[in-house]
Structure formats: C-alpha cells, structure tokens
Design a protein around this ligand. Sequence first.
Ligand SMILES: [Zn+2]
Length: 330
Amino acid sequence: MIVRNIVLVVIIVAVVVSIMPNIPYVFSWAGVTSSMMRGEPKQTVDCADSQYQLLCGLGTKNNVERKAYIQLWLDEDMNLEYQELPILWRKGMSDFVLTFPGKGYPDDKNCTVLSAHYDKAPHNQESEAGLDNTAGVYSLMLLAEKIKQESQAGNPPESCAIIVFSGEEETGWGGAYVFDKWITGEGIGWSVKDVLVVDSIGRQGLYVGATGNGTGIYFHMPFVGRRATNLHSVYEGADYWPINMNVADKLKMAGKNAGIKIKVYPDIVGWSEDEYYYKKGYDVVRVYGDDFKYYFNYIDTLDDKTENLDPKSINDAVSVFWEYINLGIK
Ligand SMILES: [Zn+2]
C-alpha cells in the first residue's frame, strides 16, 4: 500500500513538473493550432486586376530591380521628398527613408519607425517572395499613400512617422545598420520613439512574437530543456529575447481602434531586423502574419507567390499601422 502511494505521488509530481514549464507555451500553441485550422484565406490577389499592379509588379522583380521600382514609385507616384541611404557593401542597394510630420510638428520630432525589407534572399531572386517580404513592403507603400493623403487633407497623424524601405536584411542587418547610423548621426534632427519591423505578413492575422536569432515555435521538454519546431522537425532553439510589451500593448490598442485583433505569442521566435534594433536598445517589435503552416511550407520557395496573399490581411495591417501613429505622443 505504501509503495503504491509513493509510486502514485512520484507519478503526480513528474506530471506536474513536466507540465509547469509548458504553461506559457500552451498559449502559443493554442494560437498556432487555431491559425492552422483557419485554412486558406477567403480571398487572394488576382494579378490580372489592375488594382494590384503595384503589388504584383514588385513581386516579379529581383533585388536591384526592386530598388529601381520603389524609387520610381517614390519619384513619380508619391512625389515626396525622401532620403536615399546607400548600403555601400551591397552594390546597388539602398534604404529609402520617408519622414512624415505629425500634428505636433515642429516640436515633436520623436517618431515611430516602420521598416520593411525589400530584398529577397540571394538564392531566391526568381521567387515573388510574396510573404517575405513583398507584402510587408507593399503595406508600407499603402501606408505612405494614406499618410500623404490625410496630411494633405489637413489630418496628419498624431505622432510623426518614419517609413524605411530597407535594402538589406537577408544577409545581415545592413538596412537597419545604415538607418541607425544615419538617424543617430547626420539624420535630420528627428529621433526614434519606437520601431515596428514588418516582415512576413499578408496571409491571415497579425501577431507579435519574440525577437531572436533563430526561427521557430518554442516549447519546453522535461529533462531536455528548450526546443523549437518549424512544424517539420524539432531542433534546439537559438537565443531569444522577450517581447517589448510596451510596444506590443500599443499595437494591441491600435488593433482595437482598427477593429483588428493583434495576437501576442511570447514563444514564437523570428529572425529579422528587430534583432539589430533590439541589440541597439530601441523599443522594437516585429509584426508577422500568423499563417504558420503557409510560412513554414513556402517561405524562401518559388511557391511564395503574390497571388497567394490575402488583400484583406494587407489592408488590415495598414489600418493598424495608421491607428498606431494616431495613438498620440507618448
Ligand atoms: Zn524577411
């Protein structure tokens, strides 16, 4: 009898010990599971439709062509002043920086930075790189158009905004590096309040994950420790750093104002420019799309097409970003 009770207690303790560290991860997994059950987007992009010309055109270009494409749009369609910051060790690539005064201008020059990288991975030039990061770049093009329109109509955002089309992310953080050097150096006398890195959105919902130098959904295995998965295999997760909850909470508030739910998954870790901004001490989060099944199957492949994107998801992101810069000066 005593032996049986001891065995029972040992089993119960073992179960509790193995479950406890996983409690924070359960929320991430619940999110992953629900996003996977949501299935395909209801609507996708039809590249034959002229309203998607800008998006689909961007998809078909290689890195150097994308730079020219964005610059042509800035010069001819936007007709706004912008700063070109060459990335000297990536021949032909540059950041493009657009600054938009808010209601508090010229006193308020402490701005939200929204950055999206437009380079594709070097081996991936033939792919349309829809999710990574054609949709992100396109969302910031739409945001720039909206801010310009609203400002011209006498309704500038509450807070100033800086949009960065980053020319190099895939082989280092070159775009973030040159922007940081510029804004903290010669700059234009403006400073950075916080940073939203927009990378791999445009299929379903929006979420904020942790910053890291690895990619995966993290969890805890009893007696083994931290592991990560990309839904195909389980591997040792790399370093990660917790979400900046100040920025995440602001983003959730912006989502609320836009009528769009922003999810926060502390144990889903991505690898993008936010690592650079984080290590430099900026208040930064990365904004992702939460179609994990699509992400892990198609990222960096020829099948990551602009036609697989969901226009509603991209428009939702634009609405959230607009609300974010309208939360006021804090
Ligand atoms: Zn990316």
